[in-house]
Design a protein around this ligand. Structure first.
Ligand SMILES: Cc1cc2nc3c(=O)[nH]c(=O)nc-3n(C[C@H](O)[C@H](O)[C@H](O)COP(=O)(O)OP(=O)(O)OC[C@H]3O[C@@H](n4cnc5c(N)ncnc54)[C@H](O)[C@@H]3O)c2cc1C
Length: 406
């Protein structure tokens, strides 16, 4: 155990090297703990899909000291409404959602946070927890290296589960996934595309909407575009019975797909880092049990349609550190106050996660027609009025608020 100014640092295990895990470790270190991180993957990931960072996330990133390492990659070109025949019109983009998010990729936030992590924080890759046993004074965690199968058991004062939607920490300590995961009956495929795509020029994004299925091309000012294919599914288990590329061709068929959708489907087949998954939320009444606490998607996954997972992860980790610092000898109180303050925001983000399914993938021709009418309004002078109204909605307030600072 490391000794700092005569005081031994308290050891905490952080499981997961995503945005929530890195920033939780950063905060623990700042308040005098010794975080040790374990990550299932063999190395730190980079790149990743498109994310929007709203005010809540920017405020937390600022306090965590990583805002300087981030920048808005919003492109100058307008977002287009596409169809298979190649016609184009004005479209509502992610930026037209309430709030004024910065656009970037997930890896931007992970990289900015990782750069702030002190070099002597230990990180063990290819390592997962397999048993977690706690008593009043500490937590014994059995860790397995999945490469060489070596096993160790170590004792910590605190365990932070930041291991994402299908969290192992959650299943070991709180119970099976089935008790907490709520399917939204939608599937997604997300991946980066080198260069440009189909009819779209450099820095040009677009959306192709059809009832129950959609393609979003997120363009950036200074980064390759990323694609999101999203569709409704009546049988999520069956979605995984064939390879993703084959499934996507079936769902978005029949041919012809049109130039841009065809290019996206072809790019998916050779994508380095394809995410193909069902869209789910995590619903839990309590995010802590004894000395184990969950943060980020592991605790509350709000899902991509909310556009608030990164902001919530940053805010959650930021405030967790603040509460542990405020109540150093009363972990239970720290966790309870943290949850009490954070939960109203998470509940709200989960609600918009469900509502905004229709923004990403409208389910009917009628909704698509309304959406096109709104896009036309938005492109004209009425757009300024819409933005003025949007800026004053509850949704904007909840997304832009500095949660820990309230
Ligand atoms: C397509 C898409 C678009 C999105 N768009 C947005 C957006 O616009 N705005 C926004 O705010 N959010 C968005 N999100 C959500 C956001 O990306 C997530 O909420 C956020 O990245 C979650 O971070 P996390 O660190 O909590 O979890 P994760 O990113 O899932 O990280 C978990 C980490 O734990 C590791 N791990 C898993 N299991 C184990 C184990 N057993 N042992 C050790 N390590 C383990 C994983 O390898 C990973 O490194 C989007 C998500 C998707 C899928």
């Amino acid at each position: 155990m490391e000794i700092i100014s005569g005081q031994p640092r308290r050891r905490a295990l952080v499981v997961g090297l995503g945005i929530s895990g890195i920033t939780a470790a950063l905060q623990l270190r700042r308040i005098g703990w010794e975080p040790v991180i374990v990550e299932k993957a063999p190395r730190r990931r980079s790149g990743g899909y498109f994310v929007g960072l709203f005010g809540a996330g920017k405020a937390a990133a600022d306090r965590l000291g990583l805002l300087d390492g981030l920048h808005d990659r919003t492109p100058a070109a307008t977002h287009l409404d596409l169809d298979r025949s190649g016609s184009r019109g004005a479209a509502l983009s992610f930026r037209d959602l309430p709030g004024l998010p910065w656009l970037m990729v997930r890896g931007d936030v992970e990289q900015a946070a990782f750069e702030k992590l002190p070099h002597d924080v230990e990180i063990f890759y290819s390592t997962v927890p397999t048993e977690i046993e706690q008593d009043a004074d500490g937590v014994d965690v059995t860790l397995v290296n999945i490469k060489d199968q070596s096993v160790t058991t170590e004792r910590f004062e605190l365990v932070v589960g930041a291991d994402g939607l299908r969290s192992t920490v959650r299943s070991l300590v709180f119970g099976p996934h089935s008790a907490y995961l709520r399917r939204l009956n939608h599937m997604i495929a997300a991946f980066e595309v080198p260069g440009t795509l189909g009819d779209l020029g450099r820095g040009q994004g677009g959306t192709l909407l059809e009832p129950g299925r959609s393609m979003w091309v997120f363009a950036f000012s200074d980064h390759n575009p990323t694609v999101l294919l999203s569709y409704a599914s009546g049988d999520v288990d069956a979605e995984f019975l064939e390879p993703p590329a084959q499934r996507i061709r079936r769902v978005f068929g029949p041919e012809p797909l049109g130039r841009t959708l065809a290019a996206a489907v072809t790019a998916l087949e050779t994508a380095d880092d394809l995410l193909f998954d069902s869209v789910e939320q995590v619903r839990m009444d309590q995010w802590h049990r004894g000395r184990v606490v969950l943060v980020g998607d592991a605790a509350w996954c709000v899902c991509l349609y909310a556009g608030m997972g990164v902001s919530a992860g940053l805010s959650g980790a930021d405030m967790l550190g603040m509460m542990l610092e405020r109540h150093p000898d009363d972990m239970k109180r720290a966790f309870c106050e943290w949850e009490r303050k954070l939960r109203p925001y998470i509940d709200y983000y989960q609600r918009i996660g469900i509502e905004q399914r229709q923004f990403f993938t409208p389910d009917s021709h009628r909704r698509i027609a309304v959406r096109r009418a709104m896009a036309r309004l938005n492109a004209g002078t009425a757009g300024r009025v819409l933005h003025y109204v949007n800026a004053r909605t509850k949704a904007t307030r909840m997304k832009e608020v500095d949660i820990a600072g309230t």
